[in-house]
Ligand binder design. Structure first.
Ligand SMILES: Cc1cc2nc3c(=O)[nH]c(=O)nc-3n(C[C@H](O)[C@H](O)[C@H](O)COP(=O)(O)OP(=O)(O)OC[C@H]3O[C@@H](n4cnc5c(N)ncnc54)[C@H](O)[C@@H]3O)c2cc1C
Length: 459
């Protein structure tokens, strides 16, 4: 009898692990059975705002691999099957068939937990009313699409101005709704420092998306059809549809009930091989805790880029190979209206929380040589440690061609470079691609000056 791998959660982390394990171990050595409570496997949740906004035509365009395609690779993926219990002692899972409403138990030798995350829902009056949506899985995207087609909402409110909320706000605007975003912080896009988030707010207003910052939502009003308004401390905003963009928490309840260790961040505790302290039980993706390489502490960060890499590492180890996942620096990009936004590592607040003393440098520059057609604005900010000048984090806000420059900064961060080491990096230059001093380099140069000035002031 071949060894059996059971996977809980049929998206990025789970199915990457399954595919990787299958690649390394032929069909005879390992049987793989995956359970997904939704109707789809291996989909791009990241594409939901583009589906709602009409950039992507159908939900099928977001499906990377169907259960039929997995079957061709000797991976059995059962959709509409929810795992309701894990028994780590008998090494069995309890599975509910959501169509047939039957329950069964399936044994496993190895278990991959990849249950993702759950959108935060505020504990406010009527927060579970019809028409109020969290966004995490493709099912949520499909539900929003259905609601828009049936109800033809005219006004949308996004609660929380993080990147998912803002991507959804833009999508609703494209569908010609009146869109308002309410954010508790002083500026939207709180993964950025407020000075970098400010231009994001301006871009929203330019696009006639209403934005109320420093404002708390207090309750939701409902009528017979569901949500009808969002009430804040200062006003009542009519709303036919509401999206909650309040972040997510790791979906680790199933693991917790099974007696697996949950970290302070809320994620399942795993080692560098993605194994929990229970041998042969693995976790990856949004449900698993990650180690932040700059803050030097466990964190929960929900990003598809991590989920795929962690899934691959888990799959290799499940198959008997050896791979490790060192941790994350939290690199993310997004696009809000015409504005590209990117971040890596620690912003000022994170750096202070992690106990760093830091200086910052912010530079306005251009994505191409200033005289070149379509040269556009880019603002780059570096946060680096006082004295040593070690890079701690960076942020970029700009127009087309700006955001992916964050990858250079993320690579520098990964390698623990100082701004002194960075400012002579041999980065490419030609007028269609960059000014002669790339925005990354001039900001590193400015950061080096800031380190020197701080040093001079202290001596
Ligand atoms: C709108 C949006 C935009 C995003 N944009 C980006 C982006 O641009 N870049 C980026 O890096 N990341 C982005 N993300 C985040 C990214 O989608 C997630 O980090 C990634 O999908 C996590 O993969 P996962 O496999 O850990 O979890 P998920 O993709 O959430 O998959 C978990 C699966 O497990 C299933 N499941 C849960 N519990 C059970 C159970 N008990 N039994 C059976 N099945 C179960 C769920 O139905 C789900 O399908 C975005 C997310 C959203 C929602």
């Amino acid at each position: 009898v071949p060894e059996r791998l059971v996977v809980i959660g049929g998206d990025a982390a789970g199915m990457t692990a399954a595919s990787q394990a299958r690649k390394m171990r032929g069909p005879r050595g390992l049987s793989i059975l995956a359970f997904e409570k939704g109707s789809y496997t291996s989909y791009s949740a990241c594409g939901i705002p583009y589906l709602v906004g009409g950039v992507v035509e159908t939900i099928d365009d977001l499906i990377v691999r169907s259960p039929e395609e997995f079957a061709e690779r000797d991976i059995e993926a059962r959709t509409r099957h929810e795992v309701t219990e894990v028994d780590v002692n008998s090494r069995e899972v309890t599975v509910r068939d959501l169509e047939g409403k039957t329950e069964s138990r399936e044994g496993f030798d190895q278990l991959m937990i990849a249950t993702g995350a759950i959108p935060r829902r505020p504990d406010l009056l009527n927060s579970d009313a019809r028409g109020i949506f969290g966004v995490q899985t493709i099912e949520h995207g499909a539900a929003i699409e259905r609601f828009i087609e049936q109800e033809e909402p005219k006004s949308a409110v996004v609660v929380g101005g993080g990147y998912i909320g803002l991507e959804m706000a833009e999508a609703f605007k494209t569908r010609e709704m009146n869109v308002t975003c309410v954010e508790l912080a002083p500026e939207p896009m709180t993964m950025l420092d407020p000075d970098m988030g400010h231009p994001v707010g301006e871009a929203l207003r330019d696009m006639e998306i209403g934005l109320f910052t420093n404002e708390r939502v207090t309750e939701f009003e409902v009528d017979a059809g569901g949500v009808s308004a969002v009430v804040t401390e200062n006003r009542t905003i009519p709303a036919d549809i509401v999206v909650l963009g309040l972040g997510v928490t790791p979906n680790s309840t199933l693991a917790e009930k099974a007696g697996l260790e949950i970290g302070d961040s809320g994620g399942i505790v795993v080692d560098r091989r993605m194994e929990t302290p229970r041998e042969g039980i693995w976790a990856a993706g949004d449900c698993a805790e990650k180690f932040h390489l700059v803050a030097r502490q466990p964190v929960s960060i929900a990003l598809g880029t991590h989920a795929n890499k962690e899934g691959r590492v888990a799959g290799i180890n499940i198959a008997g190979g050896h791979a490790s996942f060192p941790g994350v620096v939290g690199t993310a990009v997004s696009k809000v209206c015409d504005l590209e936004v990117a971040t890596t590592g620690l912003n000022e607040a994170d750096a202070a929380d992690a106990g760093f003393q830091y200086v910052t440098a912010t530079m306005d520059s251009s994505t191409r040589a200033g005289y070149f057609p379509k040269a556009s604005a880019i603002r780059t900010k570096i946060v680096c440690e006082k004295r040593s000048g070690r890079l701690l984090g960076a942020q970029i806000v700009g127009r087309e061609g700006a955001a992916k420059r964050i990858d250079v900064l993320a690579t520098a961060l990964w390698n623990e470079m100082t701004v002194d080491e960075m400012l002579n990096l041999d980065l490419s230059y030609a007028p269609p691609f960059a000014p002669v001093w790339d925005p990354v380099l001039i900001t590193a140069r400015e950061a080096w000056d800031a380190v020197q000035e701080d040093l001079a002031a202290a001596t």
